[in-house]
Design a protein around this ligand. Structure first.
Ligand code: URA
Length: 205
C-alpha cells in the first residue's frame, strides 16, 4: 500500500519508513534520483545529525554521507569522539537534486518547497528516534529543523531550544568545509565542525 500521500503519522517501523520514502511523490525530486536515501542509525540514538540531501555517491549507494562529504564528516566525528554507529544520521531532503553537466551530475540546492515537502519524512524520523539533540549541518538542514533559515556562522555551536520542545545545534556542513579554497580557512572551518560535534556529544548525553 502506498501510504506516502496520507496525512497520519504512518509508522514506528523503520522498514516502513524506508518504503514510504521510496514511494514518495510529495515533490518531483524522485524523478531524477536513483532512489530515496532514508536516515540510518539506531532508534535509541540520543543524537540525530541532519545533512542537506544525498549527493551523487549517496544516491547510488542508498546511504547517507558515504561520498567525499561523508569522509570529511566521518573524520570530524571520530575526532570529536562520536561513534557513527550510535547516531541517527539523515538528510533534510531524501532525494538527490542535480543537473547534468557533461557526464557528471551536479548538486543543486533544494528549494524551500522541497524542504517543506520532505519535512514530512524528517518529522517521521524525529518521531521515531526522539533524540535528545538534533545537529543541523548547514542552512538547509537548519531550515528543515527550525522552520526558518538560520545564519549558521552567527548561531552555530549553541543549543537552541525550539517552541516544540526540541534541542537543536547548528554547525557547518562538511561540504562547505570541503569547498573552501584556502587551506588555512579550510583547517579553521574543519576545527569548528569538530568543536561543535564535541559540544553535541556532551549535550546529547
Ligand atoms: N551531503 C549531505 O548533506 N548529505 C549526504 O548524505 C551527503 C552529502
Amino acid at each position: 500500500v502506498d501510504r506516502s500521500s496520507t496525512d497520519e503519522l504512518i509508522t514506528s517501523n523503520p522498514v516502513e519508513l524506508d518504503r514510504g520514502i521510496q514511494n514518495c511523490r510529495r515533490c518531483p525530486l524522485w524523478r531524477d534520483a536513483t532512489q530515496g536515501v532514508c536516515g540510518q542509525g539506531p532508534r535509541e540514538a540520543r543524537l540525530m545529525i541532519v545533512g542537506e540531501q544525498p549527493g551523487d555517491h549517496e544516491d547510488l549507494a542508498g546511504q547517507p554521507f558515504v561520498g567525499p562529504a561523508g569522509q570529511v564528516f566521518d573524520a570530524a566525528l571520530t575526532e570529536a569522539g562520536v561513534h557513527r554507529a550510535e547516531i541517527y544520521l539523515t538528510n533534510a531532503v531524501k532525494h538527490f537534486k542535480h543537473e547534468p553537466r557533461g557526464k557528471r551530475r551536479l548538486h543543486r540546492t533544494p528549494n524551500a518547497g522541497e524542504v517543506q515537502a520532505c519535512r514530512w519524512w524528517l518529522d517521521q524520523e524525529r518521531n521515531l528516534v526522539k533524540p535528545r539533540l538534533i545537529v543541523a549541518m548547514g542552512a538547509t538542514a537548519g531550515l528543515a529543523v527550525l522552520g526558518r533559515k538560520p545564519s549558521i556562522l552567527a548561531e552555530r555551536g549553541e543549543v537552541i531550544e525550539t517552541p516544540d520542545g526540541a534541542r537543536v545545534l547548528l554547525t557547518l556542513h562538511p561540504s562547505y568545509v570541503l569547498r573552501l579554497p584556502d587551506v588555512e580557512e579550510r583547517r579553521r572551518a574543519r576545527a569548528i565542525l569538530v568543536d561543535d560535534l564535541r559540544i553535541a556529544r556532551t549535550e546529547a548525553e
